[in-house]
Structure formats: structure tokens, C-alpha cells
Design a binder for this molecule. Sequence first.
Ligand code: COA
Length: 332
Amino acid sequence: MNTSLQTRLFAAITAIGGYVPQNRRTNNDLEKVCDTSNEWIIKRTGIKERRILEEDLATSDMAVRAILNMVQAYNKDLQDIDALIVATSTPDMLMPATANIIAEKLGLKSVWAFDMNAACSGFLYALDMGASLIETKRYQNVLVVGADNISTYVNEQDRSTNILFGDGAGVVWLEASLEGGIMDAYLRSNGSGREFLNIEAGGSLYPLDKELMSSERRYLRQDGKAVFKQAVQSMSDACLHVLEKNNLTIDDVSWLVPHQANQRIIDAVGRSINIAEGKTLSNIEYLGNTIAATIPLCIWENIKRMKTGDLVMLTAFGAGFSWGASLLRWMA
Ligand code: COA
């Protein structure tokens, strides 16, 4: 008998919160600024509207609101937090880390706070890092945030991107459990994908100057078709890999929570892994792609449907390329 399996300590999600800005950018708004139509956008992406953060606010403001929402809903004490991981590609500043800014805004004076940038896979990367901190028993209460103010980097007139992206933040609280929690994860990256999806300017390679400020290179740019194909393949492969490794079949999974990039991608992944109808969660219709926030926001909005003990598969794909899948037992 394998005794190490019997005494395994899991990192379980014990609370969850979210925040989306009030301002809506509808398909009709986009029809006014570029050559597109409400019908085309719905048919090709499934998106009707996205939320856009006020100009004088930043990623940390949404994250703080998501965390406060969670603390209030679950009656948690902020002072118990000993680590805060923030998955974001749109930090408030290049430095310090947005996690530091969030900790300061929450009045957390002695917390290990750091950022993780894995674009749309960021939440899954950060979740596995957070789970590892709990499993080592060095940290007892770990917050994992996925937050992005991506609208800052979307050219409002560019119909190849403006239809897809919106702002938001989601957060989960991780604690130790002997019953269940994060069971496994498979996370991968391939830097050769960077040419297909990136925000080129603003880093140390192409620092922003006057010329770059008015160039397309300061915005998110992508080869939509290449990204679409790779996203379906990578997320499907990652889910099947995790199932096989854990001797499970797709019928054991209660819920699939895929990254929300395009409803057609979500549907294609579902078909490819053969998940039963009604088990795939989606909120893309009214939020679009909120980058690192899509998965926690999607769980948060569907929380009433999840029962303790449900097996949940999360999967994501994003710039890098970065991708993966996580399997968890729902304990909240
Ligand atoms: N409105 C209206 N027409 C549009 C349009 C828009 N916003 N964008 C493209 N078109 C037109 C094209 O010009 C083309 O016209 P043509 O047939 O006359 O040449 C036609 O629609 C098809 O264009 P195409 O680029 O093939 O569309 P698509 O079905 O691939 O959809 C995306 C484009 C961007 C929605 C899709 O490729 C996608 O979602 N890709 C993945 C992006 C993604 O997920 N990125 C983030 C990853 S985390």
C-alpha cells in the first residue's frame, strides 16, 4: 500500500472572488469605430460585450476589489494571508510588482508578494505555484490573483483585436486540505510562438519612445488564425494528458473551465476531448477575453453550480506560447 498517497496534503480553493468594471464596450460601439458588425462578431467569436476599466485606474485596483469581494463573501481575515501571487501581463508599472502594490493597498505589511507573467495561461501557472507553497507547508494561506487591464494595450480601431478583449480580475484563496484540492497540473511553454501573439514595445528590447508611442507595435497584435489553431490543439492535448496521467476519463470530469478566448475555440476543445454537453463553462459572451482573469472569473460566476467533491478541469492557452491544464477537486 502506498502510504505517501494516503497522507497527501492538497492545496484547496476555500474562497473565490471577482471584479469586472462597470463600463461596457458593446459590438454596436465597435461598429462605430471600425468596419465590423454585431452579427460577424457574435458568429465568429460568441462575444456581445466586454468591460473596460476607467482610464485613471489600473490592474491593482481591480485585483483589490476582487480580493475584498472574496473576503467579504467568505468572511476571511486579510491578515491571515502569507503569500500573494498575481498573474498579470499588464502590471501597473514595470516595477515594483503589482502584487506589492496590491498588498500595500490592502494594508498587508508582511506578505510574500510577487507577479507571474504567462499571459492568458498566467492563472494556471500561478495556481500551481500557489499549490506548491501550501504543499511544502511553508505557507498556510496563499492568494492567487488573475488580473489584466488589457484594454490599455488594445487599439480601439483594430478589428482584429478590439472585438476580443476586456478587463477584469479574479482571485482564489488556497489552504491545506487532506480531503482534496489541486490534484495535478501540466504546464508548458514554447517561446517560438512569440511572433504570433505579442505586445512588442514597452519592454527593454523596444523601450517606448515618441515613434513607438504612435506605432502599432505598442498594441497587442496577433495572427488570429495561427493562434486559434494552436490554442485548440494545445488545450485539448493538455486536458487529455492530465486525464491519462491520473487514470481518469472525460466522464469523470464534472466541469471544464477553459480559457475564454473565442467561443469557437471553447467549442472545438470540448469536441476534441469529447466532453458531454452542458459541462463546459463559459462567460465569454459578456466579458470577452480578460487574459489571466478568465478562469477565476468563470468559476466565480458559476460557483452555485459546483458541488463539493466535483472534479474540475481547467485549461488555458496564451502568448509565449504558454498553455496547460489543471485538475482539481472542488472543496469550497
Ligand atoms: N469584423 C468583420 N469582418 C472581419 C473581422 C471583423 N472584426 N475580422 C476579420 N474579418 C473578415 C476578414 O477580412 C475576412 O474577410 P474575407 O473572407 O473577405 O477575406 C473574414 O472576415 C474572415 O477573416 P479571418 O481572419 O479568417 O476570421 P477568423 O474566423 O479567423 O476570426 C479571429 C478572426 C481573430 C476572431 C479568430 O481568428 C480568433 O479568435 N483567433 C484566436 C485569437 C485569440 O484567441 N487570441 C488570444 C489567445 S489567448
